[in-house]
Design a protein around this ligand. Structure first.
Ligand code: PMP
Length: 403
């Protein structure tokens, strides 16, 4: 066995996300807020499995559910009753979820959402938001400037109702697919009436409103952003946090849009060997019950608020121009700007200072998402290490102020 890491991985990595200085290349275990690398060093994880983990690493509920699931039936080509149980749980939690189809990844769910929208409206174009991300499919790939291999299609700025209204008025769009809180262009909360008005504009123009809740679902609340903001889309996609870190996704939506349309009853093709994997469903079922009965949301939001206020205060004290934006337990920072209401990619933010911040945070023992477009995810397990997080933030911002 060769021990140089990544020897047989193409380009040595398995993702487009860079490994910043001072980051571990491999981690071997985790507990609560901690990740432990292959050299035995511990780090506080502020990335939390891309937001999937609401109760920290190696949570007993998830571990027990995996064990229990394995004892029952870990995989079969005929569904288990869990598919009915979890579809009912999604129905009870998500206002738009009159019907549900399961898949494996977020990209599967967004691809299926777009395919369904094209079929039911007879229109082919999907309108998206600049800097939104909907997975690695050909059509909805990020237009974040990182990806040059595909045409990402039609985009409007998040929070900009005038251009949204004008685009939808062409009546050429099958759907407006949007992350209700933008999580891939920095953390960008919607303006107070943005989602309501987007809902109205879509209805007026016979365009489906698709909330891509792959990040926000079960992260902002057990009913996602649609429950938090009181706006019901026609369809929504869920993934990361449903099964607390196991691969599972879902397309949810109106019964009239999702009845007799999927092949063979209709023409919309949906399939997947591991779609609605029984083990992931077993974990999802236990996880959703816990998210409802022991909600982590207030505690996680409070920690994100404390971290955000601390960063704001320290940036002021150190004379660093920058902005922190937060929604619930999600937050992100951009340097060189005073706000990013349309997303960081719509600004001239300072990438150099951001890179220094990430590297210094890692040096001080805190791993945050290494791209300025991604958001930090807090969970109640961070409460025990908040002092260390705030200290690391001060140390890293001090280095930024000197750079
Ligand atoms: N939609 C959103 C909003 C996402 O953030 C992501 C992944 N970051 C996806 C879709 C794609 O999910 P996956 O990586 O599981 O395919």
């Amino acid at each position: 066995m060769r021990n140089d890491l990544g020897a047989f991985l193409a380009d040595g990595v398995n993702s487009p996300i860079p490994t910043p200085p001072n980051f571990p290349r491999r981690v071997i275990s985790g507990r609560g807020p901690w990740l432990i690398d292959n050299n035995g060093r511990s780090y506080i994880d502020l990335w939390m499995g891309f937001g999937a983990l609401l109760y920290g690493h190696s949570d007993a509920l998830i571990a027990n559910a995996v064990r229990e699931g394995l004892e029952h039936l870990h995989f079969s080509s005929i569904p288990t009753p869990l598919i009915d149980r979890v579809s009912q749980q999604l129905h009870e939690n998500y206002t738009c979820a009159e019907r549900v189809r399961f898949a494996t990844t977020g990209s599967d769910a967004t691809m299926l959402a777009a395919r369904l929208a094209r079929h039911v409206t007879g229109r082919s174009r999907i309108l998206r938001v600049h800097g939104g991300y909907h997975g690695g499919n050909e059509f909805p790939l990020s237009d974040g400037g990182l990806v040059k291999s595909v045409d990402v299609g039609d985009c409007v700025l998040f929070n900009d109702l005038a251009t949204l209204g004008a685009a939808l008025a062409t009546r050429e769009f099958a759907a407006f697919m949007v992350e209700p809180v933008l999580a891939n262009n920095g953390c960008v909360p919607p303006h107070p009436t943005y989602l309501q008005q987007a809902r109205a504009l879509c209805s007026e123009n016979d365009t489906l409103l698709i909330f891509d809740e792959v990040v926000t679902g079960f992260r902002l609340s057990a009913g996602g952003a649609q429950s938090k903001f009181g706006v019901t889309p026609d369809l929504c996609t869920l993934s990361k946090a449903i099964a607390g870190g196991l691969p599972l996704s879902a397309l949810c939506g109106r019964a009239d849009l999702m009845t007799d349309v999927f092949f063979p009853r209709g023409p919309v093709f949906h399939a997947g060997t591991f779609a609605g994997h029984p083990l992931a469903l077993h974990v999802a079922s236990a996880h959703i019950d816990r998210l409802n009965s022991d909600p982590p949301y207030d505690a996680a939001s409070n920690l994100a608020r404390i971290m955000g206020s601390h960063m704001d205060a320290e940036m002021r004290r150190l004379g660093i121009k920058g902005a922190v934006q937060r929604e619930g337990s999600m937050l992100s920072v951009a340097f060189g700007v005073s706000a990013f209401q349309y997303g960081v990619l719509a600004t001239n933010f300072d990438t150099r200072r951001f890179d220094i911040f990430v590297a210094e945070m890692a040096m001080a023992g805190c791993l945050m998402p290494p791209l300025p477009t991604e958001t930090i995810f807090m969970c109640p397990a961070h409460a025990a290490v908040m002092d260390q997080i705030l200290l690391a933030t001060t140390t890293a911002l001090t280095a930024v102020s000197r750079a």
